[in-house]
Design a protein around this ligand. Structure first.
Ligand code: 0X9
Ligand code: ZN
Length: 417
């Protein structure tokens, strides 16, 4: 009975999204786009939560509180923009997700990472057991999260004594993107299976360094207090009040530029300086430390929208190896598509979305990592409930991530430096 009590207690304490709508707007012109961009920091609204990045010709999804809804309707009407309501009550969807999670039985090892979204404590316990596997070595970054939690680095390698080039994978930078965290955990599970021929091929070429929960404080908060929390939980020293830095705006790659905010209340608050967030600095130091192995590739795993983003995100200038980067991403997506017939658009954010500065993958690329990408996993925008996606999607999302990474790791020509 105690777990039912906790379930209800958390439900009572957590932020309530009753009456919050998810609306979808499609910008057809640059003027539409600029108008939507201006809404975020306009101060006219209590809180507009952009669930997807701004994008020309693709639906942009925004969570709107009941208080803001009428005002937003009027603003859109004034500029002639139309919208669709995808969800009239996001709290219902959150409740459904909770029920779906509660139905997944615990297995012998505690939380079943293949079937549900596990809590941070459950993930820590799971990793503790994984560490006993000869292919797996779990360590933590030298410094912890803002609230003092460990940031796990899970090395999966065929031979710990014979280091290979590294592929780094980071997930969970954005707290609410639970399917990204789950996909990274399933990647660890799959790669560590010595009977898996795909995994064996991948590990014969690279060592994998997987950071499944880059933002542990935010992840915990998204489980206990606010399902839709995105940032870390750091005290904010910017304009106005609010908590948290958007870790994917805090890297030293065009820091402070387009697509970032100086306002503490913003979901894209960039922090006071590049690497002002302990989680960002910790991952940089781990990946680029004096005795860290050469990094061939970096993948940042997010959701949602079904995109594979190529550098740069912060500028519309194309990187030198742009054509090759797209060619490799196309090959990866061809395999991803075989899993569930999902077509991921490949391109740079300024081309297919909107520029955003201070992102992790731009930093890795600028630092000389030849291959750097950002996944935006399922669902696609315009159709469903975005971040609040049933745990029944975990196996498919995980397979899509895994098989596309296999396509990368076994790609014929990855020798561009
Ligand atoms: O905004 C982000 O940080 C990522 N999208 S998300 O919806 N998961 O938050 C995209 C990062 C890459 N995009 C850009 N640099 N524009
Ligand atoms: Zn994200």
């Amino acid at each position: 009975m105690w777990y039912i009590a906790i379930f209800f207690l958390l439900g009572v304490c957590a932020k309530d999204f009753t009456g919050h709508r998810l609306i979808s707007i499609t910008a057809r012109t640059n003027a539409d786009l600029e108008f939507l961009n201006s809404l975020s920091d306009s101060g006219a609204f209590e809180e507009l939560d952009f669930w997807t990045e701004l994008s020309l010709h693709h639906p942009v999804e925004i969570r709107v509180s009941p208080n803001d809804f009428e005002k937003l309707q009027q603003s859109l009407y004034d500029v002639g923009l139309t919208y669709i309501i995808l969800n009239h009550n996001i709290q219902d969807t959150i409740d459904d997700e909770k029920i779906a999670m509660a139905k997944v039985p615990k297995n012998a090892n505690g939380c079943d990472v293949t079937g549900t979204y596990c809590t941070f404590a459950e993930i820590s316990a799971w990793l503790d057991e994984k560490d006993a596997d000869p292919r797996v070595q779990v360590s933590v970054t030298a410094t912890s999260s803002f609230e003092g939690r460990p940031i796990f680095i899970v090395k999966v390698a065929a031979d710990m004594n014979n280091p290979k080039e590294a592929v780094w994978i980071e997930a969970g930078t954005h707290a609410r993107e639970w399917i990204a965290v789950s996909s990274a955990l399933n990647l660890i599970e799959r790669l560590s299976d010595t009977q898996d021929t795909f995994a064996n091929e991948m590990l014969s070429n690279f060592d994998f360094y997987i950071v499944p929960v880059h933002n542990p404080d935010g992840y915990v908060y998204s489980h206990t207090s606010n399902r839709l929390w995105r940032k870390n939980r750091q005290t904010c020293t910017g304009i106005g009040s609010g908590v948290g830095t958007d870790l994917n705006r805090n890297w030293g790659a065009g820091f402070g530029g387009a697509g970032t905010s100086a306002f503490c209340s913003s979901h894209t608050y960039r922090g006071s300086a590049a690497f002002s967030a302990p989680e960002t600095a910790a991952l940089r130091d781990a990946a680029f430390g004096a005795d860290s192995p050469y990094i061939r590739a970096f993948f940042s795993v997010h959701c949602y929208s079904e995109f594979m983003l190529v550098p740069y995100g912060y500028t519309s200038t194309k990187p030198a190896r742009y054509t090759h980067l797209v060619e490799v991403a196309d090959a990866m997506m061809a395999y991803l598509e075989t899993v569930d017939n999902r077509y991921y658009l490949v391109g740079t954010p300024p081309d297919i979305l909107y520029a955003a500065s201070g992102g992790a993958y731009d930093y890795f690329y600028i630092e000389g990592v030849p291959y750097a990408y950002t996944y935006e996993l399922r669902p696609q925008s315009g159709t469903s409930n975005g971040f609040v996606i049933s745990p029944s999607n975990i196996p498919t999302a995980a397979e899509e991530l895994f098989i596309s990474l296999w396509a990368f790791a076994t790609y014929d020509n990855l020798n561009y430096d």
